[in-house]
Design a protein around this ligand. Structure first.
Ligand SMILES: [Fe+2]
Length: 239
């Protein structure tokens, strides 16, 4: 899927991003992502400059913090689509979500209230950073049984996977796809997150790339127009 280059400084050249962003907090006013339409349009401009043609809008869905309903996400998506058209931004917006591993997610699967994307019916979900949740295997099993493809978000971030790479192999064997945040490739060798992203990539375990972009400004748009590397290094530094 990706080609691999080793650089003189020992880091690897990151994979080309491609035309699809599978993880982005572009929808305004739903979570800690874009607070308003202006920011949503700045994020969209950055994506267009990167060569992205399709973005899956994935606001957090966490029952106590961001209890976004499917209907709310669809409405926001329709509104932003209209704005993209008004501003002549050639970006296809697909409604999705970043579901948190919790009991409510099991209920959603049960009542078939999920936003998915792609032919494989991918469902993006995230877990806590510090400790593997007890419900993880259950969520994976239920999603698979319901005909979805579970996609674990920003896998390079989970500390319990840094020390246990076999767990990634096991999750993939269970049918989980691995999503990595592209900016993580630009973190230095001293960063465990950066090293985890690179290790996953070298082992051929990266299935989907995302920006996980929450914000962007006009300056970001200018920066990305000068070169993706400059922009991603900056984004990695602030995430
Ligand atoms: Fe995210």
């Amino acid at each position: 899927m990706f080609s691999l280059f080793m650089r003189r400084d020992g880091l690897i050249d990151p994979p080309a991003f491609g035309e699809v962003d599978s993880h982005c907090h572009v929808l305004p006013g739903l979570d800690d992502g874009a607070p308003d339409e202006r920011t949503a349009l700045a994020i969209s401009r950055v994506l267009v400059e990167m060569g992205v043609r399709t973005v899956v809008a994935t606001p957090h869905v966490i029952s106590d913090v961001y209890p976004n309903s499917t209907l709310q996400i669809l409405e926001k998506c329709n509104n932003l689509r209209a704005s993209l058209k008004d501003h002549e931004l050639p970006l296809t917006l697909i409604p999705g979500a970043e579901y948190y591993v919790e009991k409510e997610l099991l209920s959603r699967i049960e009542r078939d209230d999920l936003l998915c994307f792609g032919e494989d019916r991918c469902v993006l979900f995230e877990a806590p950073i510090e400790h593997e949740p007890l419900l993880l295997d259950d969520v994976v099993f239920q999603l698979k049984s319901a005909g979805y493809t579970p996609v674990l978000a920003h896998v390079e971030r989970y500390r319990y996977l840094h020390d246990n790479p076999d767990r990634v192999v096991e999750l993939r064997r269970q049918g989980v796809k691995i999503q990595v945040n592209h900016p993580s490739f630009f973190l230095p060798k001293t960063s465990r997150r950066g090293e985890a992203a690179r290790r996953l990539y070298v082992k051929g375990q990266v299935d989907l790339l995302g920006t996980d972009m929450h914000r962007a400004t006009a300056e970001d748009v200018r920066l990305v127009a000068q070169g993706d590397h400059l922009f991603f290094a900056r984004m990695a530094g602030r995430s």
